[in-house]
Design a binder for this molecule. Structure first.
Ligand code: AMP
Length: 219
């Protein structure tokens, strides 16, 4: 199953993508995670992307398009994939169509995580993650066994720089202006499955599974 997970910052698409990846055994392709890896590795891409990401803005399209193209070429994507955080602009959406055409693949569904902005701000400001393994927690909704430490490797948990308040605001503006317009094309192509993304992680996951199986309802 070839899926795009689409939604505002903090809508939980990354968390849900990880659950689905484990259930279906298909890769979770998170552009945000890939870019953070580049920043950590101090690669050329990472050097170009780091400050832009911390400010909550979109990194240049050509970077994410190339990263996505190279990732989708890998053999593990033949069984399906979950694209999380791409496309985030109309240009990226066009590029994705081209990439999939070139690879003789097609999208099965775009899962749209619909959530209240107020709820989302609370989620983002309480989010903590492990720099070493990328596991994501929340100080209220998804606590680690030991406060402030990763369950997997005991590393100290930290807050993403772009989860600071000013960057959160920018990310919402960017989402509304650059990303949301992408949705219309998917709606017209009849690919959209909308999921109510508020509430408990397990409840949302049940809705995701239902949306994938029966197409959910068109928004
Ligand atoms: P995320 O982890 O999905 O919230 O992404 C974190 C940050 O990475 C975003 O705020 C952007 O700066 C950058 N980013 C991730 N995906 C993209 C994309 N498709 N296009 C441009 N920038 C992106």
């Amino acid at each position: 199953m070839n899926l795009v997970f689409f939604g505002p910052p903090g809508s939980g698409k990354g968390t849900q993508a990880k659950l689905l990846k484990n259930k279906f055994n298909i890769p979770h392709i998170s552009l945000g995670d890939m870019l953070r890896d580049e920043v950590r590795a101090e690669s050329e891409i990472g050097k170009r992307a780091g400050e832009i990401m911390n400010a909550g803005k979109l990194v240049p399209d050509e970077l994410t398009i190339e990263l996505t193209r190279e990732r989708l070429k890998k053999p593990d994507c033949q069984q399906g994939f979950i694209l999380d955080g791409f496309p985030r602009s109309l240009l990226q959406a066009e590029a994705l169509e081209q990439i999939l055409n070139d690879l003789q693949m097609k999208l099965d569904k775009v899962v749209y995580f619909q959530v209240d902005e107020d709820e989302v701000v609370g989620r983002l400001s309480g989010r903590r993650s492990c720099k070493k393994c990328g596991a994501v927690y929340h100080i209220k909704f998804n606590q680690p066994r030991v406060a402030g430490r990763c369950d997997n490797d005991g590393e100290m948990l930290c807050q993403r720089p772009d989860d600071a308040e000013a960057a959160i605001r920018t990310r919402f503006e960017v989402y509304a202006r650059q990303t949301l317009p992408v949705l219309e094309g998917y709606r017209q192509a009849n690919l959209l499955a909308t999921v109510a993304a508020q509430g408990e992680i397990d409840d949302v996951f049940a809705r995701v599974l239902a949306a994938i199986n029966d197409g959910g309802h068109q928004a």
